[in-house]
Design a protein around this ligand. Sequence first.
Ligand SMILES: CC(C)=CCC/C(C)=C/CC/C(C)=C/C=C/C(C)=C/C=C/C=C(C)/C=C/C=C(C)/C=C/C=C(C)/C=C/CC(C)(C)O
Ligand code: SAM
Length: 372
Amino acid sequence: MLPQHWLDAWTAWRNRLVSNPRFQHWAAGFPLTRPIAHQSAERLFNLVAGFVYSQVLLACVRLNLPTLLAPGPMTLEALSKAMDLPFASTVRLMSAAQSLNLVELAGPGRYALGMHGAALLGNGGLSEMIQHHTLFYADLADPVALLRQGGGQGQLAAFWPYAAYDKPDSADGDAISHYSALMAATQPMIAADIVCAYPLDGHRLLMDVGGGEGAFACFAANEATKLKVRVFDLPAVAERARQKFSAEGLSHRADAVGGSFLDGDLPTGADVITLVRILHDHDDQTVMTLLRAAYRALPPGGVLLIGEPMSGAPAKDPMAEAYFGFYLLAMGRGRARRPSEIKAMAKEAGFARVVNRPTRTPMLVRVLTAYR
Ligand SMILES: CC(C)=CCC/C(C)=C/CC/C(C)=C/C=C/C(C)=C/C=C/C=C(C)/C=C/C=C(C)/C=C/C=C(C)/C=C/CC(C)(C)O
Ligand SMILES: C[S@@+](CC[C@H](N)C(=O)[O-])C[C@H]1O[C@@H](n2cnc3c(N)ncnc32)[C@H](O)[C@@H]1O
């Protein structure tokens, strides 16, 4: 490893060079630097214009474009009619969407779904999330004010009432049904990855703590057909899980217990406890409370599975550091942690061994299993 002052000197020299407009002009023309200069300019432009791309995406989702194009290509005239947009606006939207790979040309004046559009179509939760981002945009309208004030007072904080801590179960029914429905809709993005990273067939009873309305528990029960499942969540959310189990015909293998994991012990009896998209919502002290409660609730040899987006190391991971960093700031609590941090916290809570279980899409979810 080079001494720090050498690295500092190199960074200062590079930054002086790159910030010089004459160097920028030269590098964009010289054959050996041209590809790097172009790529660098394009990435910076994408940063500058990213908010516009997000709005083009939002317009496509709101106008149901992926569903409209699912059966096959459509002409501009037909799209204009189906989306109830003036023809000129349809042309503008489709050109923008084409440049972003959401759609592609399928002959003159005719469009099909593009690669991103097709992926979006197969991922209903993503469209829900894109529409949910309207709240996030509002909180980000003045990012410096958000940073100064520290978050927790805007639209995302209102959407996630439990993040206010003091009385996690005092949220009104509407708020609970909105966030629970969003979580259930986005569960398919990660459930298969989690169960693939850690198959559950060897277990008897899984308790999904903070399990929402039971989407992950249902997925687990359908994958491991002898497994019994239990959701532990705030009382009003647990009631929604109970209804889902009944609607899915799983009531004989599934139950839900209402309570707060901030209030002491968790129900015992499960040989695997899951915390899916839970720890990143909370500060370190609450995470330790939760990990200790999970340790006490498990039998010797029991497993705690933690599944959520985690931060990369070093911290150069836009999803964890920029997206979840600011999302959780606006919400008012928590942060994405590195697997090594969570490992250390689980060991401090008493777990003997923590194993990293690689997932197919680590950007969306990583999995650790901790053994009591
Ligand atoms: C052409 C031929 C013959 C072959 C094709 C080649 C090939 C293999 C192409 C690949 C095509 C393919 C399969 C593409 C798949 C793309 C997928 C699956 C993309 C998925 C993207 C998912 C995204 C962008 C997910 C975003 C998720 C977000 C933003 C989640 C946010 C979650 C939040 C805010 C949660 C909040 C909860 C809280 C409060 C933090 O606890
Ligand atoms: C981000 S959601 C994750 C839901 C689910 N695990 C998933 O991934 O879809 C967090 C969940 O934790 C629950 N929760 C928050 N505070 C809680 C508390 N003090 N006790 C029990 N559950 C709580 C919420 O009701 C919500 O269902």
